[in-house]
Design a binder for this molecule. Structure first.
Ligand code: TYD
Length: 136
């Protein structure tokens, strides 16, 4: 997959003086149906998460609170996305290497995916990723 298929999804934002509301809804906003969600929190300063690609899994990453950077690599080009708004979803398709870093205090990374957890989906070695992605 190339970097061109990565994109920021602008989620609905219902502004209200009582507090704002956003939502994520299958089909309407996402190029896949959500099967699993997970979240990353209590990340100590300076730590990095991720450092892998998925063979066929797709994800949307949202900074529900605080901020962090998602660094993406398609085998050729690298791009950094700073997420710091709860109404932006970063769509990451399959076969994109990704790591997450620069977590602010109290950052909450929310991730929605199209499949169940499956370790065989992971490519955890960057060299292997480059080999596999350039063969596609
Ligand atoms: P991993 O995806 O490697 O974390 P990250 O990429 O965010 O650094 O997952 C870390 C561990 O958590 C790994 O041992 C598998 C487990 N895990 C699950 O059991 N279910 C899940 O949905 C996820 C995302 C991870």
């Amino acid at each position: 997959m190339s970097m061109e298929s990565v994109r920021i999804i602008d989620l609905p934002k219902i502004l209200d003086e009582r507090g704002n509301l956003s939502f994520l809804q299958n089909e309407d906003q996402l190029p896949f149906s959500i099967k699993r969600v997970y979240w990353i929190y209590d990340v100590p300063g300076g730590e990095q998460r991720g450092g892998h690609a998925y063979r066929s899994m797709k994800e949307v990453i949202i900074a529900l609170s605080g901020s962090f950077d998602v660094v993406l690599f398609d085998g050729k080009e690298e791009k950094r996305f700073t997420l710091n708004r709860s109404y932006y979803g970063l769509y990451v398709p399959e076969m994109i290497w990704r790591s997450m870093e620069n977590f602010s205090t109290n950052a909450l990374a929310f991730v929605a995916t199209d499949s169940m957890y499956d370790e065989s989906e992971y490519i955890r070695n960057r060299e292997q990723f480059i080999t596999e992605s350039n063969g596609k």
